[in-house]
Ligand binder design. Structure first.
Ligand code: XMP
Length: 326
C-alpha cells in the first residue's frame, strides 16, 4: 500500500470520471494485496467506513466481513439502513450485533462526559474483538482512515481514540481511502452507488447520541433525543436546509421544567436545537433558521416526543459553546 503522504501530483477527485479511475485502481490494488484472504471491517454506516465497505465489496465480495455494532446510541433508522444497503442491496457479508442492552447497562448512572466516552469506546472495542475472535482466517483489518485523520492526528477525531484491538489480533491494515479528503470520499461513495443519505450525511460523533443525552443516560430520555433528532432532520431535509447546514441535532439535558397541557401541570424535559456552520469544527457560527420553521419544529416536537414540554434554540457560537453539549 502507498505511504502516508499524498503525492503533490495526485489530482483532486471532483467528478465521477476521476472517482471511477480511483475505484478501478484501488480495486486492482486491493485484489493484488488481499488475494483469497479475508478482511474484517467495523462498519458504522458513517461515510468513511461505508465507502471502504463498498470499495472492498467491489474488489473482494464475500471475503469482506463487515461487523455493524448497534450500541443503542445511533440515530433513528441508522442500523436498519446499514443492514438494508449492505446486506440486502450490496449482498455483503454483514454481521449485525445488537449490543444495545450491553452498552446502556454499562452506562447506567455514569454522568461524567469523558467517562461516558471511555465506556462507549472501550466497550465498542470489546464487542468488535469478540466478533473478530469468532471468525476464522481473517488476515486484514480495513479502516476508514482519511487524509485529515493523518494530518491532524490529534485533531477532532482523536478524542474518542480509545486504543485498538489487543496485540494477538495483529491483522495487517487496509486503508484504501487514507489519502483522500472528505469531499473526495463523498464523490467516490456516490460513484460506488451508495445512497445520498449515506454519502452526504452530516458528521456524527463516535459516542453518538450518548453525548446529546447529557449526564447519566436513561432509556426514556435517550428515546426523546432520538425522536426529536429524527423530526429535526426530516424538517431540515424537507426545507432545503440539510445541505446548507454543517451539523444540526437535538440535545435533551438531564433536567426538567414545568409545563401545562389541558390545565394539568407537567414536569418534563426541554429539547435543545443546535444548528451550526463551520469549516474545521474548531470554531462555529449559528445558522439562521426561518422563524416559522422553528415554530413548526417546536410544535411537532412537543406534540410527538414523549416526556418533552419545551423547545429551545441554542444561539451560542463556538467559542464559547462547543458544538456538542458534552
Ligand atoms: P465539539 O463539541 O468539540 O465538536 O465542538 C467538534 C466536532 O467533533 C465532533 N465530536 C466528536 N466526534 N467523537 C467523535 O468522533 C467524539 O467524542 C466527539 N465529540 C465531538 C462533534 O460532533 C463536532 O462535529
Amino acid at each position: 500500500m502507498s505511504g502516508n503522504v499524498r503525492p503533490e501530483t495526485m489530482e483532486r477527485i471532483t467528478n465521477s470520471e476521476l472517482a471511477n479511475a480511483f475505484i478501478d485502481e484501488q480495486v486492482a490494488q486491493l485484489r493484488a494485496e488481499i488475494k483469497d484472504k479475508k478482511v474484517l471491517l467495523a462498519l458504522s454506516g458513517g461515510v468513511d467506513s461505508s465507502v471502504v465497505a463498498a470499495l472492498l465489496i467491489k474488489a473482494i465480495g464475500k471475503q469482506l466481513v463487515c461487523v455493524h455494532v448497534n450500541h443503542g446510541l445511533l440515530r433513528k433508522g441508522e442500523p436498519e439502513q446499514v443492514v438494508d444497503v449492505f446486506r440486502n442491496q450490496m449482498k455483503a457479508n454483514l454481521v449485525y450485533v445488537d449490543a444495545v442492552d450491553r452498552f446502556l447497562d454499562k452506562l447506567e448512572g455514569v454522568a461524567e462526559p469523558e467517562e461516558k466516552r471511555k465506556i462507549i469506546g472501550g466497550e465498542f472495542i470489546r464487542v468488535f474483538e469478540e466478533e473478530a475472535r469468532k471468525l476464522d482466517g481473517i488476515e486484514f483489518l480495513a479502516q476508514g482512515t482519511i487524509y485529515p485523520d493523518i494530518l491532524e492526528s490529534d485533531g477532532v477525531k482523536a478524542h474518542h481514540n480509545v486504543g485498538g484491538l489487543p496485540e494477538d489480533l495483529n491483522f495487517s491494515l487496509v486503508e484504501p481511502i487514507k489519502l483522500l479528503f472528505k469531499d473526495e470520499v463523498r464523490v467516490v461513495g456516490k460513484a460506488l452507488g451508495l445512497p445520498d443519505g449515506m454519502v452526504y450525511r452530516q458528521p456524527f460523533p463516535g459516542p453518538g447520541l450518548g453525548v446529546r443525552c447529557t449526564g447519566a443516560i436513561t432509556r426514556d430520555r435517550l428515546e426523546a433525543v432520538r425522536e426529536s433528532d429524527a423530526i429535526l432532520r426530516e424538517e431540515f431535509d424537507k426545507n432545503g436546509l440539510a445541505g446548507k447546514v454543517w451539523q444540526y441535532f437535538t440535545i435533551v439535558p438531564d433536567y426538567k421544567s414545568t409545563g401545562v397541557i389541558d390545565g394539568k401541570r407537567l414536569w418534563d424535559w426541554p429539547v435543545v436545537i443546535r444548528a451550526v456552520n463551520t469549516k474545521d469544527a474548531m470554531s462555529a457560527t449559528i445558522e439562521e433558521i426561518p422563524y416559522a420553521l422553528l415554530q413548526h419544529i417546536t410544535s411537532r416536537i412537543i406534540k410527538e416526543v414523549k416526556g418533552v414540554n419545551r423547545v429551545l434554540y441554542d444561539l451560542t457560537p463556538k467559542p464559547t459553546g462547543t458544538i456538542e453539549w458534552e
